[in-house]
Design a protein around this ligand. Structure first.
Ligand code: AMP
Ligand code: MG
Length: 421
């Protein structure tokens, strides 16, 4: 018989929805020069100050002309000047005339098309156009990208590298963004020692704080590292109060189960409120979510793989919301298993896998040992293989659902780049 206290186990989707509903996004804002705004969340919509492009201009190096003059198979036009990017042609283009124009050069008055250089030849001061040219050919109309006064990006948008360029093109010298969330994190456990110190029997290095530091850093939040806290209710209480007092959210690992040394939940109950405590997922079933005063609390399990999986599945979306944006629902896609999977049905499971593709589409290889203490498989993975609760044995070639969680840019190998026959 287990003396586990009765607490409902929530389905992952339900847990995620409850968490998001319980998050009050940061309201304070600050104004930043655009150059400092990458990765920040817009607090106000940005509208374009100017049309982009500001003038109808050429998409090619060639000649600006009146298309009515170039209807025939070949046409002869008189060259009357240049329009280069930043140096427009002053006058109009009259009938039978053309202007040499470079990409980005303003389309001169009177002209309604550009013919690319490769379709022409020069004869003295004349240009011979060697094919008919349609109105609007090879030009970029003013305002094609942005029009003045029109919204460029909405509030709640996290600024990406491409957004930076788009905001600059629309004339946004500074932007109003939300204050970055401040997040405290610490590890709990009597067995934990900081790296760089010798280990006594039974002790292990505190690795979770490193994983959490990295996961939080990637989100762009401000961090408060509170180190390792022993399995002692008084110390845990003091640290939690301090963390919640100084930060908008607190993330811990360990001590959240029902063992003799697991005090995190009791401590949360005594200084704050428990929202929920168990989520039907593997790894990561014991997981406490709650609140201490105005701070969100996430008590993650101690197993190193569980920390990463629960962070990505639950904490990250909640922190995205806290930062003033909305998380995107995880992108799931089909893939064929490259090797069989054996498992006991019962809980929704996130196995670690590595994606590839062949002629028939995406394939996924489950990675070695899937124990929740085995970080190697997590480290090699670029996706989760999402196995529904009732799924048991799977054969190689079976279709599964995968959730990529890493941009597959880094950590390839030289073999990937050998020229294939
Ligand atoms: P717990 O959830 O506290 O029962 O811990 C579960 C397992 O994770 C135990 O084997 C712990 O030793 C291990 N563990 C807990 N915290 C950490 C940590 N910060 N770094 C590495 N392993 C940990
Ligand atoms: Mg522990």
């Amino acid at each position: 018989m287990s003396d586990e206290p009765a607490a409902p186990t929530l389905a992952l989707a339900q847990a995620r929805a409850r968490m998001l509903a319980g998050v009050m996004p940061i309201a304070e804002r600050e104004t930043l020069p655009l150059m400092q705004a990458l990765g920040r969340v817009l607090a106000e919509p940005v509208t374009a100050q100017v049309d982009v492009p500001g003038h109808t201009n050429s998409a090619m190096d060639g000649f600006a002309l009146r298309s009515a003059d170039a209807r025939g198979e070949t046409s002869r036009l008189r060259l009357i000047g240049d329009s280069f990017a930043g140096h427009p042609f002053a006058g109009p283009v009259g009938p039978g005339e053309c202007v040499r124009i470079m990409t980005g050069g303003v389309l001169p008055e009177g002209a309604d098309a550009v013919v690319m250089q490769e379709r022409t030849r020069r004869e003295g001061d004349d240009v011979i156009v060697e094919r008919p040219v349609d109105p609007g050919n090879s030009i970029r109309p003013a305002g094609e990208d942005l029009t003045r006064g029109q919204p460029v990006l909405d509030a709640g948008r996290r600024i990406t590298p491409a957004d930076m360029g788009m905001l600059a093109s629309g004339g946004a010298a500074q932007v109003s963004v939300f204050r970055r969330p401040r997040v405290a994190f610490y590890s709990t456990g009597d067995e934990l020692r900081p790296v760089g110190t010798p280990l006594k029997p039974g002790q292990i290095y505190d690795s979770n704080r490193y994983s959490l530091h990295a996961l939080l850093s990637e989100l762009g939040v401000e961090l408060l590292d509170l180190g390792v806290v022993p399995d002692d209710p008084t110390a845990l209480k003091t640290t939690l109060r301090r963390a919640a007092g100084e930060c908008d959210a607190v993330v811990t690992s360990g001590g959240v189960s029902v063992g003799e040394a697991d005090h995190v939940l009791d401590v949360l109950e005594s200084v704050g409120d428990v929202g929920f405590w168990k989520v039907a997922m593997k790894p990561g079933k014991p997981l406490a979510f709650g609140r201490v005063d105005d701070a969100l609390f996430f008590g993650l399990p101690g197993n190193p793989v569980s920390v990463v999986v629960t962070f990505l599945q639950l904490v990250r979306p909640a922190l995205v919301r806290l930062a003033g944006s909305w998380p995107r629902p995880p992108l799931r896609m089909p893939a064929r298993l490259a090797a069989p999977i054996r498992r006991n049905p019962g809980r929704l499971e996130f196995q670690r896998g590595r994606l590839a593709h062949d002629e028939a589409g995406a394939t996924v290889a489950p990675l070695g040992h899937q124990g929740s203490g085995v970080l190697r498989s997590m480290s090699e993975a670029d996706c989760f293989i999402v196995l529904p609760a009732d799924c048991a044995e799977l054969a190689a070639g079976d279709r599964v659902s995968v959730e990529p969680f890493a941009q597959p840019v880094w950590n390839g190998s030289a073999d990937d780049w050998c020229e294939k026959e």
